[in-house]
Design a protein around this ligand. Structure first.
Ligand SMILES: [Zn+2]
Length: 566
């Protein structure tokens, strides 16, 4: 659908060209739309034509986007593949049709993202030696790891030091390093956070970023370590070794290092059994070190073990891109600032066949988010009078490889972080009917929470709290790359309750999805899906984004939050 066609089919309501309304929507949304169009002031206009007029967000349009983006033609939208190019071409065409301007630096819709795919080769070897005894580790069964220095071969010899959970968190008065220099060392540690000594520390049951394994590698790199090895235990990781093994056995994308940029020669995991085998060289055990790492007076322990590593990797340059379109705001000054909407376009591409199907279509994950953000661009473009700030519609690459497209964007933003009001992200919003609830985990960290609560009320949606805060969902989606750059950010999703469905319907559907379809070739488009819920998530983001674009101040983090504007 082209912009010209849209304008030609417009209908006039109070003189507003509400042409985007071949669609159905509630009176509330219509009123809010008018309010948005008037720059945030509520004029309380009678919504005379709302009943007869369709609304701004069209579930059928989202359906069409999802159907195309998850079709076999796009071969699972792998990073650096033909299917990925087709997907990003489609998104750019849709942005152009909506009337969003190309937002990349070169005047196109595409921000090139230079990635290197790294696959650890079977020749990789790691040994640990102490007191004349040497043990080695069987790749995949006992050890997984990546040489992040992006070289085909790296060898290292370095002493091991155990650093507990590897956390330095001034706001929790916790420091596992105690000033000990670990330059050039192999850090051995556990993932997650200490729990027993200070149950109220680190946000209690909720996992903080300090508990995430990614943080451990980052902290090791900041301290000049040579390598970081996490000893896996099911309680600390929250999942079994087979999950670690499965996710580290394949090619991993990394943002290409700049000249002279340092990196760890090994970011890896040892299985619990391999950890015990290695620690036995030092007369220690996993249980003993786990107990030691729970204490606030913990100090790093020199293990007297020397590691020898020979890392062999296959490297592949990945030619990929983020897609970005901009719709300018109406305020001459504030339009240099943006509300960002994000969704990752990539999925897993073609992989191991399951029941004869090798295309990992990624319909829910995350063609749905793409459909929602495209529809947001159309709805925003359709507003006859734009909100004061601009809106950026950003489709990021390589989320499945660890948020790499959004990480690259955060380091190379098209609009500076200081001028970015918020990032509202959509990742896997299932088309399961009319939702009763939204989820906005992380919004409580930001001063726009009351605004979001108000939007929920207007749309007659409940806000469902995070049922599993220990899983650290906030750190696992693209909005998090923005948070790390200091930009307030969260994802908008759906809760577990749906209209006309038994209680807990969404919960059961998620369980089934996670078991059968999540990251499987069977995450495929279905004709019987009802995209009302996706339209609701889009409406929520539309109104909230509009309110934020219109308010005087930029949103900010609540005082004392781990993240803050930089
Ligand atoms: Zn995924």
């Amino acid at each position: 659908m082209s912009a010209a066609h849209l304008w030609a089919s417009q209908s006039t309501c109070f003189g507003w060209p509400f042409f985007f309304l071949p669609r159905r929507v509630s009176m509330t949304v219509m009123t809010i739309l008018i309010r948005l169009a008037l720059g945030g002031a509520c004029f309380g206009l009678p919504v005379l034509c709302a009943a007869a007029q369709p609304g701004p967000i069209d579930p059928q349009q989202i359906r069409a986007d999802v159907k195309y983006l998850s079709s076999d033609l796009l071969e699972g939208r792998g990073v650096g593949t033909r299917g990925g190019d087709l997907a990003t071409d489609y998104i750019a065409r849709q942005l152009a049709a909506a009337g969003a301007k190309p937002a990349a630096a070169d005047g196109t819709y595409f921000q090139k993202v230079p990635l290197v795919g790294i696959t650890t080769q079977p020749e990789t070897k790691l040994t640990a030696t102490a007191g004349g005894k040497t043990v080695d580790f069987k790749l995949l069964d006992e050890l997984v790891g990546i040489d992040t220095s992006q070289r085909e071969k790296t060898e290292f010899d370095a002493d091991a030091v155990f650093v507990g959970h590897g956390i330095t968190a001034p706001e929790w008065k916790w420091d596992d390093f105690k000033g000990v220099d670990v330059k050039g060392k192999v850090l051995v540690l556990f993932t997650n956070e200490p729990t027993s000594d200070y149950p109220k520390f680190f946000d209690g049951r909720a996992l903080t970023y300090y508990g995430r394994w990614v943080y451990k590698y980052e902290e090791g790199l900041r301290r000049g370590a040579r390598a970081v090895l996490i000893i896996h235990t099911t309680p600390t990781a929250g999942y079994g070794w087979e999950v670690v093994r499965g996710s580290w056995a394949r090619e991993m994308p990394y943002v290409k290092l700049a000249a002279g940029e340092s990196a760890l020669s090994l970011t890896g995991w040892l299985s619990r059994e391999a950890g015990d085998k290695m620690l036995a060289l030092a007369g220690k055990s996993v249980d003993e070190l786990l107990a030691a790492s729970e204490k606030a007076d913990f100090r790093p322990i020199e293990l007297g073990i020397r590691f020898h590593g020979k890392m062999v990797s296959r490297l592949r340059e990945l030619d990929t891109r983020n897609v970005a379109g901009l719709i300018e705001g109406s305020d001459p000054k504030l339009k240099s600032e943006v509300v960002v909407y994000t969704a990752h376009w990539d999925h897993l591409g073609i992989g191991t066949p399951v029941n004869g199907d090798s295309i990992y279509n990624g319909a829910i994950d995350n063609a749905t988010g793409c459909g929602i953000v495209l529809e947001l661009a159309r709805a925003w473009a359709a507003l006859p009078a734009k909100p004061r700030r601009s809106a950026l519609f950003l489709f990021v690459t390589a989320e499945e490889g660890g948020l790499k497209g959004s990480e690259y964007y955060a380091h190379h933003p098209l609009i500076p972080a200081a001028k970015t009001a918020i990032d509202l992200n959509f990742d896997a919003v299932p088309p399961w009917g009319r939702a009763k609830q939204v989820t906005i985990g992380g919004a409580e960290r930001i001063d726009v929470l009351p605004l979001a609560e108000n939007v929920a009320k207007r749309l007659k949606l409940e806000i469902q709290p995070d049922a599993r805060p220990e899983q650290g969902h906030y750190f696992r989606s693209d909005h998090f790359s923005f948070a790390r750059a200091g930009v307030p950010a969260f994802s908008i999703g759906l809760g577990t309750e749906f209209d006309g469905k038994p209680a807990g319907y969404g919960q059961r559907m998620w369980e089934q999805y996670n078991k059968l379809d999540y990251h499987h070739p069977s995450d495929e488009y279905r004709e019987d899906w009802d995209f009302t819920a996706d339209a609701q998530a889009a409406e929520f983001g539309f109104i909230l984004g509009g309110d934020i674009a219109n308010q005087d101040k930029l949103p900010d983090w609540r005082a004392g939050d781990q993240f803050h504007r930089q």
